[in-house]
Design a protein around this ligand. Structure first.
Ligand code: IPE
Ligand code: IPE
Ligand code: MG
Length: 243
């Protein structure tokens, strides 16, 4: 069992229900140290577990980590292989979360992943189905555009089956057919590493999210940095188009 975490968020802060994290900067972290990029991915993967535990201690209900995008296949094969190997290793370790009452879910197109990986994903999801202290969402081979495309395909199939007509399509229906299904929209999107873009992360789900950027590289991102993002979030005025 992991030892209890002491958080330092000032009292009275609202904790976002759903935080999305773009785990960026692993490659640059390794380069700075004269090491191969895959070492950065290894450090980044370790860090995601630490931040998951920290988020749970803060009372975050949903946290989504962007681990591999639909565009990341463009990378050199040896880097892609190294990342896939890490997923397999970490999926075994993600099982520890089950002891901590954390539900684990995956979003993205699994059909491109190895059978072993797919099996592990399915079994972790099934075994953690009833846990409710926090939901950990891992975005693997995820793309926001692909997510919307996947939803549209489901809806078109319902139309072909005669269950719905064009006029029955609503925002709710599109949402319920996304990979995220009943997961609430993102409140806060955090991107370390200095880049200020979404890179095809939760496009639909972040329509009204607040964005937080920091120059820290993902392997160096700590619980304190998560707290800084939450403090910044508390200073925002979310108007949703109102006044
Ligand atoms: C993010 O780190 C991890 C993945 C995209 C899998 P990067 O590998 O993109 O790190 P940088 O941006 O090159 O530093
Ligand atoms: C976004 O990072 C994807 C993940 C962190 C998984 P990238 O490093 O792939 O994004 P770009 O290419 O800089 O936009
Ligand atoms: Mg990057």
């Amino acid at each position: 069992m992991a030892k209890p975490i002491k958080t330092t968020l000032p009292p009275g802060m609202a904790v976002p229900v759903h935080i999305g994290v773009i785990m960026d900067g692993n490659g640059r972290w390794a380069k700075k140290r004269g090491m191969p990029r895959k070492v950065g991915h290894r450090e980044g993967a370790k860090n995601f577990r630490a931040i998951t535990r920290y988020a749970k201690a803060l009372g975050v209900k949903y946290i989504t980590f962007y681990a591999f995008s639909t565009e990341n296949w463009k990378r050199p094969q040896d880097e892609v292989d190294a990342i896939m190997e890490l997923f397999e290793k970490y999926l075994d370790e993600v099982r520890d979360f089950i002891e901590e009452n954390i539900r684990v879910r995956f979003i993205g197109d699994r059909s491109m992943l190895s059978e072993t990986l797919q099996k592990k994903m399915k079994s972790v999801e099934e075994d953690s189905l009833d846990f409710d202290s926090m939901t950990l969402v891992l975005a693997i081979n995820y793309g926001g555009r692909d997510d919307i495309c996947h939803s549209v395909k489901n809806i078109v199939q319902m139309a072909i089956d005669g269950k719905i007509k064009a006029d029955d399509v609503t925002e709710d229906m599109i949402e319920q057919n996304l990979y995220t299904e009943e997961i609430p929209a993102a409140d806060l999107i955090i991107r370390p590493s200095g880049e200020q873009r979404l890179s095809n992360f939760l496009i639909w789900q972040s329509a009204y999210a607040e964005f937080y950027y920091t120059n820290i590289l993902w392997p160096d991102f700590r619980g304190k940095d998560l707290e800084d993002a939450i403090i910044a979030f508390n200073e925002r005025n979310r108007r949703y188009g109102g006044v």
